[in-house]
Design a binder for this molecule. Structure first.
Ligand code: DI6
Ligand code: FE
Length: 425
């Protein structure tokens, strides 16, 4: 807005008065900007302004320009961080796998159960049997649980349908969760999760079916933002996934990969060859794989919930990911088989305890690097002018607490795209 004022010098001066929807003052702000060390903290008494759902100004309150704000709130010294982003979940599914969990505690391995036709396939059967409403009703409390911890963006994968109707139904339910909750949802087509019974012994035939039938329909209906696949001896080989990734790339969809979770199948190298947004899991990734990720600028998404649930002992190559400058994200992998965890704060806490990530790496992994893994870093993931005003407000004395406590009600509110929502009980 241009405002005219008379000055002592006589002639009128015109200057620009900032016009904002919302101004938060008396805050402490961790921007998580990568260029600024130490959580990207902005001074002691900071302020942030929002216009049209975007961050319009951020800085020391003492430097606020002339402004008018429709709403102004003093935050009482609370900490503001980017709202959290869970960049890898499978939270739409039917049934559960508690019986399999017991079976594993009695000594069966995840791979043996999968090869016997249970494991992922038991969730596929339950998901195929569930209506869209049943899938939605089961998933809504899960997405709300994430939101209640400050999550404003969640990625949801298909992969428990493995046929046209159910893969489409899962993705439609994921889109509906985005429309009807306060969380922004991104979707991934993970039809290449395992070989369905209809194609038993014919993984190549199933990959052809995905490329020729499922993917074109999903693209036509704009149901997926990315294509994901499971590169593993119990799932698909590099060569099979290459065929799918070629097709996805031709159709304009970015790719991501479940890579090297249970064995080194060259997944990291495969992801890097395709310029994947991310390679996820990585417990068995070799030094060559880490170099490939680094050269490709591919994000390593670490999933400590799956590591814990599978009682894995092989750690992802954290030190070399760090020294090679591979961006590291942290996510829940929320799924009924290997990571029955609906809490990104818990995943952050586990990443610090199990993988020894620093609290700052954990928070960056659930904000900036998670946004990067979704191809959304220009839009969110840090608090910077122009980005979406997705802000979590915390009752904490320092952001390092976010990877330290878990299960504690420290979230005061979440502001998503400039709109406030409080934690619900
Ligand atoms: N890796 C995982 O951890 C999940 N999927 C995958 O590819 C597990 C999925 C399941 O067991 O239901
Ligand atoms: Fe997963």
């Amino acid at each position: 807005m241009l405002t005219s004022v008379a000055t002592a010098m006589g002639p009128k001066l015109e200057y620009r008065m900032s016009d904002w929807d919302l101004l938060l003052t008396d805050a402490r702000i961790a921007t998580m900007r990568g260029e600024t060390p130490d959580y990207g903290v902005v001074g002691e008494r900071a302020a942030i302004a929002v216009s049209n759902g975007r961050i319009a100004w951020i800085g020391e309150a003492s430097e606020l320009p002339a402004h008018r704000a429709r709403e102004e709130r003093a935050m009482g010294g609370r900490w503001l961080t980017p709202a959290l982003i869970d960049c890898h979940t499978h939270l739409v599914f039917g049934g559960d796998r508690a019986a399999e969990f017991e079976q594993r505690l009695r000594g069966s391995s995840y791979e043996d159960i999968a090869l016997s036709g249970d494991g992922i396939m038991s969730t596929v059967r339950a998901t195929r049997d569930a209506s869209a409403d049943e899938l939605f009703d089961a998933a809504l409390p899960r997405i709300n649980a994430l939101a209640n911890e400050g999550v404003a963006t969640v990625e949801i994968k298909s992969g428990y349908g493995l046929d046209i109707d159910t893969e489409i139904r899962m993705l439609e339910v994921a889109r509906r969760l985005g429309d009807e909750s306060c969380v922004d949802v991104r979707t991934a087509l993970l039809a290449a999760h395992t070989v369905p019974p209809e194609f038993e012994g014919d993984a190549n035939g199933y990959i052809d079916f995905i490329c020729d039938q499922i993917l074109p329909l999903v693209v036509e209906r704009k149901l997926a933002d990315t294509v994901d696949a499971y590169c593993e001896s119990i799932a698909f080989s590099s060569a099979q996934i290459e065929q799918l990734f070629d097709k996805a790339t031709q159709m304009g969809l970015p790719v991501r990969l479940h890579a090297d979770q249970l064995s080194d199948g060259g997944g990291a190298e495969l992801a890097a060859r395709f310029g994947a947004l991310s390679a996820d899991h990585l417990e068995y990734t070799s030094p060559k794989g880490v170099r490939a990720l680094s050269e490709a600028g591919c994000v390593a998404v670490l999933l400590p919930g799956a590591f814990l649930t599978l009682a894995e002992t092989q750690l992802p190559p954290i030190a070399s990911l760090r020294t090679s400058g591979v961006p590291i994200a942290v996510a829940t992998d929320c799924n009924p088989g290997t990571s029955p965890i609906c809490s990104l704060r818990t995943a952050m806490m586990l990443a610090s305890r199990l993988f020894r990530l620093t609290p700052e790496e954990c928070l960056a992994g659930a904000t900036r690097e998670a946004a990067r893994a979704l191809g959304l870093l220009d839009d969110r993931g840090t608090l910077e002018v122009g980005k979406r005003a997705d802000i979590a407000v915390w009752d904490i004395s320092h952001p390092r607490e976010l990877a330290y406590w878990t299960g504690t009600p420290q979230l005061a509110e979440t502001i998503a795209s400039g709109q406030t929502s409080g934690p619900t009980s």
